[in-house]
Write a protein of this length. Structure first.
Length: 187
């Protein structure tokens, strides 16, 4: 689940950076962040970019709910908010690089393309459980269940976790991840 390394260069400087976050898409995010930082440095808004300072900053970085592992009642659960179609595609791409198949706990808000998200994710996960969110904008449970053929329905995120065997992935909504993070044990 490690992020690996990426080589980068700018203005005659170069560095081999350890990525703090897993997922190939994170190198694109880092490239964008560094381009913005470089422009800010060139404008005099921040000090020049130094490879060692970049690595120190990245080493202190975490992003709970974005391909992060958390413990629930002694079980480890991979969580990724994957709250839109693009994020679901990035998650599927990552899942396809792994040696195991995760079972999925899924929920999302009503304004999301759940059918397209399900189509992207179904091919790279095992069993699926859908659950409602405690939010007025939550996707109706019937539509969630219809999007994932054969999905089991749980009454809430916690019971949804209990329905699935390991390994488990929770995805589809920042609100789902937030509800689960509130229940997570400290690793």
């Amino acid at each position: 689940m490690g992020g690996g390394r990426v080589s980068m260069s700018w203005e005659g400087r170069s560095s081999n950076i350890r990525m703090p976050l897993p997922g190939a898409f994170q190198s694109d995010n880092l490239e964008l962040a560094l381009a913005l930082a470089l422009e800010a440095a060139n404008a005099g808004w921040v000090s020049p970019l130094e490879p060692s300072r970049i690595q120190v900053a990245l080493d202190g970085m975490s992003w709970p709910g974005r391909l992060s592992v958390h413990r629930f009642k002694g079980r480890e659960v991979l969580m990724d908010c994957a709250h839109n179609l693009e994020a679901a595609r990035a998650l599927a791409e990552h899942l396809n690089t792994l040696d195991c198949r995760y079972n999925l706990l899924f929920s999302c808000l009503d304004d999301k393309p759940v059918e397209a998200m399900a189509e992207v994710l179904e091919g790279c996960v095992g069993d699926v459980v859908v659950c409602p969110l405690d939010d007025e904008r939550a996707m109706p449970l019937e539509r969630l269940a219809a999007a994932f053929a054969g999905a089991e329905v749980a009454e809430d995120p916690q019971s949804g976790l209990e329905c699935l065997s390991d390994p488990v992935l929770a995805a589809g909504s920042i609100r789902l991840v937030g509800a689960l993070l509130a229940l997570a044990e400290t690793l």
